[in-house]
Unconditional design. Structure first.
Length: 357
């Protein structure tokens, strides 16, 4: 995929809306992008599968994973005055939520503009001015003045999904994107691009991509996907939180423009060290910059895949500044290097190599 098409794909994936279990817009775009890259199917959980055209069922199976959902909210109650209480879907820090513009999907599939309401300073007590609001004190306002108006005019019901209202921008001079949902739409872009670029390649393994749902609420889609694919080995594509604005230099492990991050450890996985070394050596041999991380928290689909029959798994991540907020930065060069590394790894795999892991 050429540069302009890649940039447009990343922007489009950032702009589509899809919290956990409501990933329909994401899967539709993904399926259209990979329609010529192999056999494409989707299950009722919104997991999408792409089988490489040359798979023969006689070789080791390599699963390529990314998750399609983004963090957002869900309407949990409608107050008499038309304000709507909401629940967080995925991990949020409350400090990033108030006064943000959002989109709420109504029962007809229309996206209604609203804001996370905040109390004007004129009406705050002295104590309220010096603390964060509690989650239960926040609500979403679409301009209605009654519950009946919310239901009858706006068509919004309890259970409605909500996403940040952000349009992705790309700065050609800096090579940076500013948008929402790069955790994990940048991984989704990598998954699509890898399958497209390898579609006509002769490989020594069977490759199946699994775009999994509901990662942000407990890796639920990955549990289903891995049981269907039954991989012998896996590569997970992620958008990992960048740390170059919050850590001292010696602790930066996922800085922008420093290459994809390959994690050795987080709270859910110890990466297979043999496969990890194989990937790192390929990066060195091909002058692809990479970063390594040892995290004391975090988690991703790789843990679920690794626990299924012990399939060796690595995680290739593009650093995302301000992940799990409405506005995030990523660098196009990190995406390019992640894509180049993934393709080099896959082309180098065969049964004898896997046996050594």
């Amino acid at each position: 995929m050429d540069k302009e098409k890649s940039i447009q794909l990343i922007k489009d994936l950032s702009n589509v809306r899809g919290i956990s279990s409501f990933e329909d817009e994401v899967t539709a775009l993904f399926k259209d992008t990979v329609k010529d890259a192999g056999t494409v199917s989707e299950d009722h959980m919104r997991n999408v599968f792409v089988k490489h055209p040359a798979n023969d069922g006689k070789r080791p199976v390599v699963e390529l994973d990314a998750h399609s959902d983004e963090v957002g909210f869900m309407i949990r109650a409608i107050k008499p005055n038309g304000q709507m209480m909401f629940a967080n879907v995925g991990g949020w820090a409350t400090v990033t939520i108030p006064a943000q513009k959002v989109k709420v999907r109504n029962r007809d599939g229309e996206w209604i503009s609203g804001i996370v309401s905040s109390t004007p300073p004129h009406f705050m007590t002295a104590e309220e001015k010096t603390r964060l609001p509690k989650p239960e004190e926040l609500s979403i306002d679409v301009g209605a003045s009654s519950a009946d108006e919310i239901i009858d005019v706006y068509g919004i019901e309890v259970g409605a999904p909500v996403v940040p209202d952000v349009t992705c921008e790309y700065n050609d001079k800096t090579g940076l994107f500013l948008g929402k949902a790069f955790d994990n739409r940048i991984g989704t872009a990598l998954l699509a691009s890898t399958m497209n670029d390898l579609a006509t390649e002769k490989l020594d393994v069977d490759v199946i991509a699994g775009l999994s749902s509901q990662e942000e609420v407990g890796d639920r889609g990955a549990e289903v996907v891995v049981r269907k694919i039954k991989p012998d080995l896996a590569i997970v594509f992620e958008g990992a939180p960048a740390d170059d604005t919050v850590m001292p230099n010696y602790l930066i492990q996922s800085g922008l423009r420093k290459g994809p991050m390959l994690r050795d450890f987080d709270s859910t996985i110890v990466t297979n060290p043999h496969f990890q070394r194989f990937a790192l050596d390929i990066a060195t041999q091909n002058n692809i910059p990479v970063q390594r991380s040892v995290r004391t928290g975090g988690g991703q689909d790789g843990a679920i895949i690794n626990r299924y029959n012990g399939a060796p798994t690595i995680v290739i991540s593009v650093p995302v500044r301000y992940a799990h907020t409405p506005y995030c930065f990523i660098a196009f060069e990190d995406y390019q290097n992640a894509l180049a590394l993934a393709k080099k790894i896959i082309k180098a795999l065969n049964a004898d190599v896997l046996e050594k892991f």
